[in-house]
Design a protein around this ligand. Structure first.
Ligand code: NAD
Length: 495
């Protein structure tokens, strides 16, 4: 059964335990895998260990050639990836065809180029008696864990910089959305990636994930997921002092200053909050709006929200798909129900009749007058829910934007260049958009401040995570009694 991808081949999971994958738009089972266990973790880490010497010594051009072919093969199979991603994660097919899959192909193409551009300091005589040079080396075996919201893109963001830099990897995707990560590894292998460079283990986080994190032969942990589990990863890393890269939760502010283009801000807020049904760590979740525009902003967003079309994920006309699971939909619904007790809730609720009732759908929801200390304003909802609160002064807006433990992304809406500059400088987040919210690009880094984690995905900055810099120093004097030995031996005997 195609459940685990180890050393270039599919295997059944050693636990024999069934792990069904459901389509959240209708509850149908689309695949049944067998979960990985201890034996699979050992096999996969060993496969990655064995593949490391040759892959890390491959020339950048050789690694680049494999990635170039991989991008071409994935482009040929783009529709297969789009369908599978749509079904396992409940994404509208338009989203996977136009965003997840082309974005991933572009990422592969980017890292095919970046593999040949690892940079360091110039070799030089920083001391008159030595020549120093820098080697940027691969770290070894990466143990990586990814979430369910963008299964394909997250697998790509974890795998590509790691292998482009010469590492090997064992990835454990979220147990409810493992299918495109497996296919990704299969197609990479078809493109010529040596067996063992990329291995994928499927199963629960608390078992197979936890074991991968603590495996002594894993050199580095790279994790994308919630801040809570991120702390568990840090904890596990401490046992063998592993290097860690964490991409965690977010609660992005969307700040609309008094001079903003209101129509643009309304459209931006709707698209930025509903992308991927709001299950996006950078989604606009806290609209902080100047009091003079506040009610007009609420009316405009509510109007556009009411026009968004929920529908079957396979229909290209569908705007909004279901949430990833019933359990998650219930969590979102409960947070909104609690908000009804302290704020003005517009929209929301799950469709309970017709075809959509079988899926975990939830309607776009605006929560106006959410106070800065309320649950809906502070905690991750990870659904199609936008909380809105007013402000009076720019100081107050920036303070509200920063009043969160998270710091992944933010946006500022203004036509005033000084306001925009102040917002980009003072908001503590890994990305700040001006007059837009969401776009990402392979050349630019993605990663958080504060409890959103540390380290960068995408871009050449990600090589700082997946390589270690080594200083190599050559003696130039050729003498036994070197000048600096005067610090140890009597000066009279040394020059
Ligand atoms: P999660 O933290 O519940 O799970 C993420 C992964 O960790 C899954 O593969 C899961 O199986 C595994 N896991 C769970 N418990 C584990 C344990 N004890 N040991 C080892 N592994 C364990 O997150 P999720 O619900 O899948 O995803 C949503 C979260 O991910 C949100 O908080 C979101 O903000 C975050 N996210 C962040 C980014 C980013 O780039 N910063 C991107 C996407 C998602």
């Amino acid at each position: 059964m195609n459940s685990q991808f180890i050393k270039g081949k599919y295997h059944a999971g050693s636990t024999g335990e069934s792990s069904p994958v459901l389509d959240p738009s209708n509850g149908e089972t689309i695949a049944v895998l067998t979960a990985a266990g201890s034996d699979d973790v050992k096999l996969a880490v060993q496969a990655a260990r064995d593949a490391f010497p040759a892959w890390s010594r491959a020339t950048p051009a050789e690694r680049s050639a494999v990635l170039t072919k991989f991008a071409a093969l994935m482009a040929e199979r783009a529709e297969e990836f789009a369908q599978l991603e749509s079904r396992q994660a409940g994404k509208p097919i338009r989203l996977t065809r136009e965003f997840d899959v082309p974005g991933t192909i572009d990422n592969i193409a980017f890292f095919a180029g970046a593999a040949r551009n690892l940079e360091g300091k110039a070799t030089a005589e920083y001391s008159p008696d030595h020549t120093s040079s820098i080697r940027r080396e691969a770290i070894g075996v990466i143990g990586s864990i990814s979430p369910w919201n963008y299964p394909l893109q997250m697998a790509a963001w974890k795998i590509l910089p790691a292998i482009a830099a010469g590492n090997t990897i064992v990835l454990k995707p979220a147990e409810i959305t493992p299918l495109t990560s497996l296919l990704f590894a299969e197609v990479a292998t078809e493109a010529g990636l040596p067996a063992g460079v990329v291995n994928v283990l499927t199963g629960r986080g608390s078992t197979v994930g936890a074991e991968l994190l603590r495996h002594p032969d894993v050199d580095m942990l790279s994790f994308t997921g919630s801040t809570g589990v991120g702390r568990t990863v840090l904890d596990a890393a401490a046992t063998t002092a592993k290097r860690v890269h964490l991409e965690l939760g977010g609660k992005a502010p969307f700040v609309v200053f008094e001079d903003a283009d209101l129509e643009a801000a309304i459209h931006g807020a709707v698209a930025g909050s509903l992308i991927n049904t709001g299950q996006d760590c950078t989604a606009a979740t806290r609209a902080i709006v100047h009091r003079s525009l506040y009610e007009k902003f609420i009316a405009g967003v509510a109007d556009l929200y009411s026009k968004v079309k929920l529908g079957p994920t396979q229909d290209p006309a569908t705007d909004l798909g279901p949430l990833v699971s019933e359990t998650h939909r219930d969590k979102v619904a409960e947070m909104v129900e609690r908000a009804r007790g302290y704020a003005r809730v517009i929209g929301g609720g799950a469709p309970d009749d017709g075809d959509l009732a079988a899926g975990s759908y939830y309607r776009p929801t605006l929560v106006a007058d959410a106070t800065p200390d309320s649950e809906i304003f502070r905690d991750e909802v990870f659904g199609p829910v936008l909380a809105v609160t007013p402000f009076d002064t720019d100081d107050e807006a920036i303070e509200l934007a920063n009043d969160t433990p998270y710091g992944l992304a933010a946006s500022a809406w203004t036509k005033d260049v000084y306001r925009a500059l102040r917002a980009t400088r003072e908001i503590r987040a890994g990305a700040v958009w001006v007059n837009d919210h969401i776009p990402i690009i392979s050349e630019m880094p993605h990663g958080g401040f504060k409890e959103s984690g540390f380290g960068k995905d995408m871009s050449t900055y990600s090589f700082d995570e997946y390589t270690v810099v080594k200083h190599v120093m050559f003696d130039l004097t050729g003498v036994a009694a070197k000048p600096w030995h005067r610090t140890i031996f009597a000066p009279t005997e040394y020059p």
